[in-house]
Design a protein around this ligand. Structure first.
Ligand SMILES: [Zn+2]
Length: 573
């Protein structure tokens, strides 16, 4: 590719003139340039003294700002420890103006701010109140991950042990499930994983030590040394064997107060390990590694969407985990519904992956089993309960099991969510929800994914119900009606090879439009029901989305809301 300074020589000329005009002397690093990188060695007078700077232009200059390094400075803020890069602009350089800014203007305007932004200086928060935890500047092993329970440093004793459930050794992946004191008492534990998650995987003991102050940036060797300085016992490895391997590992955690929020002093952790065994190349040599740590808690999870925290108190039964139900299951778990009960009898076909939440890898399994496994693993703050149930099937004689399964549909449930795409099942569910007084949301899509419908009912006997919505759909001559959903012609139905029934045609992207709205309504119901929200955010009880126009041409998804009273002919009232 042509380099930017060759593509736009006038721009490069302007850069140089601006530096000269500002009295910044510079020379091009010819070694770097021969490799295609434009790097300048600069000298600028600062407080009457020459200050040495190095500037690297990005590949796509001027669309991103140059990176400026101050090798001789050692600043407490706004400089990356180790690389010595100055943080002159807000994260990702969002203040950079490609048309007018130059390296010279960047230095002239931002360098004084970097100095004014040091601790105790008036503009310490120049880049916004951004915390700078030391762990943000470390270089842990690629692909490693240790989920560490967020903790209160102020009540922490000096040292102890921890239990880590391991999923993978190299790179290390796992979760610290418990942190204990020296007497073996649990001080705090993970909210994301428990011992039950590791019944088939090793749980290994490690040791931790509290540091008097936050450490400087370093690597695995630096932190192993620091741990040994803090507690001499840690200089000797306490090897733990890993089952079914000849690998032995020694895991150490350094716990300390760090700035996780602006000027805060919260508990932070660094995890390092040394190991010997089958993957080390030289006999007797030890692998040392620094692992990526993330502090985990429910609170941390919901920090990115505080309004969703109320969902933790909700319980949703979702019936039908097919094309529109499976993405809904994922979104509800992701949003943080406290308990999600999934009901379906179907097994996933590999060919069905074209419109299912997950792909071919899960073919042959019950859909609810797959969703339970994947969603529980990935969204630990939602309890997923799978039930392989075919509603209406009379072939089973295990009445005790059936009793429990059917009760699970409504017992303790905040909202019954019907994605069954079966009129018989929907009829039953609506009657059951009304009988129990439970809010009920249903959704379905038309053939071809041309249109979809989301409806909701309060569950109160006197209110609009699912059956009312059928009456509104049924009588197309009535004054008040829900227009018949647009759908692909019947000939568009296909019978995939090996299937007994024809299946409908439709793309996941179109069907998901319906699922999304269904999920929003369910979340709204739950938030109202648990008292996290005073009233519903929606003033309709049926909404229809059209993804095609009258001629069957694709169009922007167009929602039409209907605010319907209960239907005069509905026999439910
Ligand atoms: Zn009704």
């Amino acid at each position: 590719m042509t380099k930017w300074w060759e593509l736009d020589p006038a721009r490069w000329e302007r850069e140089q003139q601006a530096l000269e005009a500002a009295g910044i002397t510079f020379e091009v690093d010819e070694g770097a340039r021969s490799k295609g990188r434009l790097t300048l060695n600069l000298t600028k007078l600062w407080d009457g003294q020459p200050l040495r700077l190095v500037a690297h232009y990005p590949f796509n200059y001027p669309f991103a700002n140059p990176m400026v390094v101050a090798p001789t400075l050692d600043l407490a803020r706004h400089q990356t420890p180790g690389s010595k890069q100055l943080c002159m602009l807000r994260r990702n350089g969002e203040d950079w103006k490609p048309a007018t800014d130059t390296l010279s203007s960047l230095i002239d305007q931002q360098l004084p701010r970097v100095f004014a932004g040091q601790p105790g200086q008036p503009e310490e928060d120049l880049n916004g109140k951004e915390a700078e935890p030391v762990t943000a500047f470390l270089h842990p092993q690629q692909g490693s991950f240790v989920g560490f329970p967020a903790f209160d440093i102020s009540t922490l004793p000096d040292k102890g042990t921890f239990k880590i459930g391991l999923v993978q050794l190299n790179p290390l992946r796992g979760t610290v499930i418990e942190v204990l004191d020296q007497q073996g008492r649990v001080l705090f534990s993970s909210e994301a994983r428990s011992r039950e998650n590791f019944t088939k995987r090793p749980i290994v003991e490690g040791r931790w030590v509290k540091l008097a102050e936050r450490p400087k940036v370093g690597d695995a060797n630096d932190f192993l040394k620091l741990a040994a300085e803090s507690d001499a016992n840690l200089s000797r490895p306490a090897w733990k064997p890993l089952p079914n391997t000849d690998v032995r590992i020694d895991l150490l955690a350094l716990l300390f107060a760090d700035e996780l929020t602006w000027k805060g002093a919260e508990g932070n952790a660094i995890v390092v390990s040394r190991s010997i065994g089958n993957k080390t190349k030289t006999v007797g040599s030890t692998d040392r590694a620094l692992h990526r740590v993330e502090l985990e808690s429910r609170t941390n999870y919901f920090r990115r969407d505080p309004t969703a925290e109320g969902l933790q108190k909700g319980c949703v039964s979702l019936v039908g985990t097919g094309s529109i139900g499976s993405p809904a299951a994922k979104w509800l778990a992701q949003a943080g519904i406290g308990e999600l009960r999934l009901f379906d009898h179907d097994v996933l076909d590999a060919g069905n992956a074209i419109r299912w939440e997950l792909g071919r890898d899960y073919a042959g399994h019950h859909k609810v089993t797959v969703l339970h496994a994947v969603l529980s693993e990935n969204f630990p703050y939602t309890t997923v309960v799978p039930t392989t149930l075919r509603i209406g099937d009379a072939s089973s004689d295990d009445m005790a099991w059936l009793d429990k399964a059917y009760e699970g549909l409504v017992n303790g449930v905040t909202c019954l969510f019907d994605a069954s795409a079966s009129i018989g099942v929907s009829n039953y569910l609506s009657a059951f929800a009304r009988h129990q007084g439970i809010p009920h949301v249903w959704m379905h899509a038309s053939n071809g994914g041309w249109a979809g419908l989301v409806g909701r009912a309060s569950g109160k006997p006197e209110d609009f119900c699912w059956m009312c919505h059928l009456y509104y759909l049924d009588d197309q001559d009535a004054e008040v009606k829900i227009p018949k959903l647009r759908s692909a012609p019947e000939s568009a139905e296909v019978q995939p090879a090996g299937c007994l029934d024809p299946t409908f045609v439709g793309a996941q992207v179109d069907l998901s439009e319906v699922s999304l709205m269904g999920v929003r309504v369910v979340m709204d119901e739950v938030l109202v029901h648990v008292g996290a929200q005073p009233a519903t955010q929606y003033d309709w009880n049926v909404a229809v989305v059209d993804l095609r126009d009258e001629a069957g041409r694709p169009q922007l998804p167009k929602w039409t809301p209907y605010k319907l009273p209960r239907h005069a002919k509905c026999t439910n009232h």
